[in-house]
Ligand binder design. Structure first.
Ligand SMILES: Nc1ncnc2c1ncn2[C@@H]1O[C@H](COP(=O)(O)OP(=O)(O)OP(=O)(O)O)[C@@H](O)[C@H]1O
Length: 455
């Protein structure tokens, strides 16, 4: 089945073709997909009026388009913003009053779309394609799933977006569950850890919160870069970490950067995160991208010739999530048009489904060229190693703009600047972001350049 956002984009795209501009803008644009289950998509709309309109006029259309795209019967369930807020309040009240002391609120009282993310059964070792950029991460994950809490604790994956960190993390959990279905596994994003903690503090359920976290066999925490600057969260996590570690329970963490590059992360956490093994995942090369697409196409029963797969893999080189999104869009496009997948259909699909905007986005070389010209420095210096101020500032600005205006991963940007490490890019971005708050000259330069690049 398509992912929620892919299906939603497709439905929007199709409705945009069918409905008048004003109807589309009034009723479809403000709608937000909250959750996709097997047979239904929960969609939030601003008011009761929107809800009525959807139920009378758009629900059947929705189901038709979803059927064509996925071959499954999916109905839209409309919920207004107010109803969602009420559900959240009810849920909070339930947490405060409705539970026996010490017990966590049960998921049965939680609206489905707000339930905490569980392990995704599709993210397994079987569905993970091994390539140069993820080989070591994959091997470490496998070891940890076979012998949790012994060899690499914590296991720390870092790297750019959409490169498989979450997938590997879930694969460890899924494998462990397969070996021992009674094992207690908890997966959270760092943001849900923080939210759960705040909730526990507000509802005076801190003990229950601790109990829950300190009794797991495997704790998976995704995207811990969002612990940055969160003192109370870090404090609580420090104790959770210690309790689990002392008990030989496995901890797996992911982040877009190394622990010591996360701003305002307490030193004691940084040092603990380094106790085990840190492995980076880098973007897949062309061969791996083709293999990932082939694997995905086979799993989903999509018929697609090899040269067409190579074409997609050649077009999309940013990350695996985009690659998968492109394949889903191509598949949906082929179903809607009732024609087989060929390279020319793919070219059309990517173009008409607005992916072309990604493909024609500002590129790093163009940014470099404009910045070099603006500051009268050579391209070689911009990409080189000279450390004098006249070169370093334009270089940092160019890196900053590459991060802001393109979808490129940090390692990729580093590569385009003469093979620099991704930490240099993070540093440049942070520095320029900070300086932009106070430095009018810099504000002007960045403003001018952005204007040039976007026009
Ligand atoms: N090597 C791979 N083989 C098969 N699928 C992959 C591979 N790498 C990534 N994917 C798929 O790409 C998508 C994005 O991967 P994932 O969510 O794990 O990325 P991530 O690194 O955690 O990104 P983020 O930092 O945005 O959370 C997922 O659907 C995942 O299954």
């Amino acid at each position: 089945m398509l992912e929620r956002n892919d299906l939603w984009n497709l439905i929007k795209f199709s409705m945009e073709q069918d409905l008048s501009k004003i109807t589309f803008q009034t009723f479809v644009e403000p709608a937000k997909p909250l959750q996709l289950d097997k047979a239904q998509m929960t969609i939030e709309v601003p008011t009761q009026l929107h809800r009525d309109y959807w139920e009378k006029n758009l629900a059947a259309k929705f189901t038709d388009i979803a059927m064509q795209a996925t071959n499954e019967q999916i109905r839209p369930v409309m919920i207004t913003e107010e109803e969602r807020q009420q559900l959240t309040r009810d849920n909070d009240a339930q947490a405060t009053t409705g539970n026996v002391a010490g017990q966590q609120p049960t998921t049965a009282t939680t609206p489905t779309f707000m339930r905490e993310t569980k392990l995704n059964p599709k993210y397994t070792f079987d569905t993970f394609v091994i390539g140069k950029g993820n080989q070591m991460a994959h091997a470490a994950a496998l070891v940890v799933s076979e012998e949790p809490g012994t060899m690499y604790n914590p296991l720390f994956f870092y790297g750019g977006v959409g490169l498989g960190k979450t997938h590997l993390m879930h694969a460890i959990g899924n494998k462990l569950l397969e070996t021992d279905p009674t094992s207690n596994i908890k997966y959270v994003t760092s943001e849900s850890f923080t939210n759960e903690l705040i909730n526990a503090i507000q509802t005076k359920k801190q003990e229950a919160f601790r109990e829950e976290y300190r009794n797991v066999d495997l704790l998976l925490v995704d995207d811990i870069q969002f612990f940055a600057n969160k003192e109370a969260t870090q404090e609580e996590f420090f104790h959770t970490f210690n309790a689990l570690y002392e008990d030989d329970k496995q901890i797996v963490l992911t982040s877009d950067r190394l622990p010591n590059e996360i701003p305002q992360l307490q030193d004691r956490l940084v040092s603990r995160f380094k106790w085990g093994l840190s492995v980076d995942i880098t973007p897949p090369d062309l061969e791996t991208r083709i293999a990932i697409l082939r694997n995905k196409a086979d799993l989903e029963g999509i018929e697609i010739p090899d040269d067409t797969l190579s074409y997609i893999a050649g077009q999309i080189d940013s990350n695996v999530r985009e690659l998968e999104g492109a394949l889903a869009r191509v598949q949906a496009y082929s179903r809607l048009n009732n024609s087989p997948i060929t390279t020319s259909l793919v070219a059309d699909a990517l173009k008409s489904l607005h992916l072309s905007s990604k493909l024609s986005e500002v590129s790093i070389p163009v940014i470099q060229e404009k910045v070099a010209k603006y500051f009268h420095v050579s391209m070689a210096d911009l990409k080189g190693k000279k450390r004098n101020k006249q070169i370093v500032i334009p270089r940092q600005i160019a890196m900053y703009l590459s991060r802001e205006l393109t979808e490129s991963s940090l390692p990729r940007i580093g590569n385009e600047f003469g093979g620099k490490d991704h930490t240099t890019v993070i540093h440049a971005h942070d520095k320029i972001t900070k300086a932009l708050k106070t430095d009018p000259e810099l504000q002007k330069a960045v403003g001018d350049l952005t204007g040039q690049l976007k026009s």
